[in-house]
Design a protein. Structure first.
Length: 275
């Protein structure tokens, strides 16, 4: 893999000079995409020594060059027809993945065994862990990293991050629950076992505030084993005082407490919030 990485990086440096019909260059790019598709490589990892997201930029380079080397083709999947540069994944049964009609995933994404896709979409470079449910009309954007036993509720938007190539993708860690219509974008991160209530908007500019102390915990990072809801904080401007969006942590959970659905629903109802 290190040899392929160096060859992809060399290709990226001279990408403007490479002819799209260059078979050798195209094959190198396809090898990298196959690694993503099979789960043998991933766009980003969490470094266990410092808990930071590390981006494997060469794989993003490969994805970006794939579009250059690919032509638009018509794909007939009766009763549907698609026109795209990237084919869709196939052989879901052999992969141990349940796919409901209306769902699709692009080649170069990876779905671990036990994933369920309701009518939804998973883009190239994304990775979805085993036991995860991608519910109806949820989208998993390019390069997003979704952990194991995660629930992405109906209409959830997980943003894609391809460029700039050094930018971290969205990371949803194991056991997290993302409520309906929540939008997690631009490299935001949701920690292990966290619950994000319906309608929360989270990106790296959104403050995450602890309701008990009123202090800002982070920007765009929901801590592990916590419950966060959509909220606003007041800020004075020359034209008056206005509420700006934030994510408010209303409870810190013990490990595994996320699965107590009745208890979580009662907690959220206290604040007039639904999952």
């Amino acid at each position: 893999m290190s040899d392929l990485e160096s060859r992809i990086e060399e290709l990226w440096v001279r990408r403007s000079e490479v002819d799209p019909s260059d078979v050798e260059a195209r094959d190198l790019v396809h090898q990298a995409i196959d690694l993503l598709d099979s789960g043998n490589a991933r766009v980003a990892d969490i470094d266990p020594t410092n808990d930071e997201v590390v981006v494997n930029q060469w794989l993003k380079h490969a994805i970006l060059m794939l579009f250059r080397f690919s032509e638009l083709k018509t794909m007939d999947l009766p009763p549907f027809e698609f026109v795209d540069r990237v084919p869709l994944k196939t052989d879901f049964a052999s992969r141990g993945v349940r796919v409901v009609p209306g769902a699709s995933a692009r080649w170069g994404s990876f779905l671990e065994p036990g994933v369920t896709l309701m009518p939804s979409y998973v883009n190239i470079g994304a990775r979805v862990g085993s036991g995860t449910m991608v519910d109806t009309w949820a989208t998993v954007g390019s390069c997003a990293q979704i952990g194991k036993r995660v629930h992405l509720s109906g209409g959830v938007g997980i943003g894609g991050v391809l460029e700039p190539v050094q930018a971290s993708p969205v990371v949803i860690e194991d056991e997290a629950f993302i409520g309906s219509r929540a939008m997690i974008t631009e490299g935001a991160r949701v920690g292990e076992g966290a619950v994000v209530a319906a309608g929360v908007i989270l990106n790296p500019s959104i403050p995450v505030i602890d309701s008990e102390t009123g202090k800002e915990i982070s920007r765009g990072h929901i801590p592990p084993w916590s419950v966060a809801i959509n909220a606003t904080r007041l800020k004075k401007f020359s034209g008056g005082e206005f509420g700006l969006p934030c994510a408010l942590v209303i409870k810190h959970l013990s490990e595994g407490e996320r699965h107590d659905k009745a208890g979580l629903n009662d907690l959220l109802r206290e604040h007039g919030i639904a999952t």
